[in-house]
Design a protein around this ligand. Structure first.
Ligand SMILES: Nc1nc2c(ncn2[C@@H]2O[C@H](COP(=O)(O)OP(=O)(O)OP(=O)(O)O)[C@@H](O)[C@H]2O)c(=O)[nH]1
Ligand SMILES: [Mg+2]
Ligand SMILES: [Zn+2]
Length: 357
């Protein structure tokens, strides 16, 4: 495979020229392991087209956030180690897009779920109650990623009013295509063709919604493991790691393990885009700093009264705003602590050097 087939473009080329010293080759991260990465490289750089690589200890140590380390979809510069299928990742090229979330739990850290993606397939299953609030959270992060979100509702064979489900989701997804598919009957797959050629797609959603089944269907094979018995909702995860896979149509697709918890990372632009309907209404509020609480002449409250806006959606918007403000405070604190620690260490090193002299 050559660079273009791996998804390379002018944009990355221009950044390569800033970084490269000529001794390393660009490659694309396909899998992240516990220790190291599988990196796809052009076949003229290495006959296998694939190597195992790790980042130097220094890079790992200096990383302030997990997002400072390679993620699946990244373009990296690798120095090949002789003729072995191994290498060292020397740099990460700037990301054209990245879907980030806060890691699960209390830790304040940014996890890049997928990078350099053109379309994000946000997958929900029609055999369960649609969680519109959850879809809204995905959409905020998706809009912030720089990639175009697409909502995919799977298992349409298990739902008796698919049109209504699409309408309900479209209501909370302004500007986003919503498709329903069935991997049993094949219904709805035609409409996905347009996303497949020459770009990169990342597929996200809860466990058991049918992400890997969708990918297998698109690839026309059974390479990704799927749960073979009917999903029982008991929290089993079939896919265990993220992986960049080739599509027969020419593009790439990233499978991800189901996400139980989707905590927001800093995504204020994404939030505004995801709730563009509320932002649009707000332009007609009497006061430009209207908080849509008790102010007179509030167009958002009016829309709720006219049943044009679901109050639950306004609440959802507010909740996300609050969550992001809280995150920003914690993140400032974390980065300030890390910086203080770094200075302390630098001072200590300087003192040690002075003593040696
Ligand atoms: N009836 C029906 N079942 C489906 C459909 N798509 C997937 N399934 C079933 O749903 C179950 C889960 O599918 P997976 O593709 O493994 O789900 P996943 O989203 O990849 O799950 P994780 O890897 O755990 O995140 C399997 O038993 C599939 O056979 C569909 O369109 N209709
Ligand atoms: Mg899976
Ligand atoms: Zn208002």
């Amino acid at each position: 495979m050559n660079l273009e087939e791996l998804g390379w473009s002018e944009w990355f080329q221009s950044h390569l020229e800033e970084l490269g010293d000529g001794n390393s080759v660009p490659g694309r991260v396909a899998v992240e392991h516990r220790r190291g990465y599988t990196v796809l490289v052009p076949s003229d750089a290495h006959a296998d087209g694939e190597i195992e690589a790790d980042v130097p200890g220094r890079m790992r140590k200096e990383a302030q956030l997990s997002s400072d380390l390679p993620a699946v979809g990244d373009w990296v510069l690798v120095r090949l180690l002789g003729n072995e299928s191994r290498g060292v990742i020397e740099a990460i090229l700037p990301r054209r897009s990245k879907f980030s979330r806060k890691v699960a739990g209390f830790e304040v850290d940014e996890q890049v779920v997928a990078s350099n993606v053109d379309h994000l397939f946000l997958v929900s299953s029609l055999d369960l109650d649609l969680n519109l609030r959850r879809i809204e959270r995905y959409l905020t992060l998706a809009w912030d990623s720089g990639a175009q979100p697409v909502v995919i509702l799977t298992k349409s064979d298990l739902h008796d009013n698919v049109e209504q489900a699409i309408a309900d989701v479209s209501e909370v997804a302004p500007g986003v295509d919503v498709h329903a598919i069935s991997s049993v009957s094949g219904d709805g797959y035609d409409a996905l063709e347009r996303y497949l050629t020459g770009s990169t797609i990342a597929v996200m959603g809860s466990s058991g919604v049918g992400k890997s089944t969708l990918i297998n269907h698109l690839r026309g094979d059974e390479q990704m493991k799927v749960a073979d018995i009917r999903w029982d909702g008991k929290g089993r995860h079939t896919t265990t790691h993220r992986e960049l896979l080739r599509l027969p149509q020419g593009g790439w697709i990233i499978d991800t393990p189901g996400m139980r918890e989707l905590q927001l990372w800093d995504a204020s632009e994404g939030l505004e885009a995801a709730f563009s309907d509320i932002a649009q209404l707000a332009t007609a509020c009497k006061f430009s700093d209207c908080e849509h609480e008790t102010e007179p002449g509030c167009a958002v409250k009016q829309a709720i009264q006219n049943k044009e806006l679901d109050p639950a959606r306004l609440e959802s918007y507010r909740k996300q705003l609050r969550e992001m403000a809280a995150l920003a405070r914690k993140l400032d604190k974390r980065l300030a602590n890390a910086e203080a620690k770094r200075w302390k260490q630098l001072n200590k090193d300087a003192r040690a050097r002075a003593r040696l002299r």
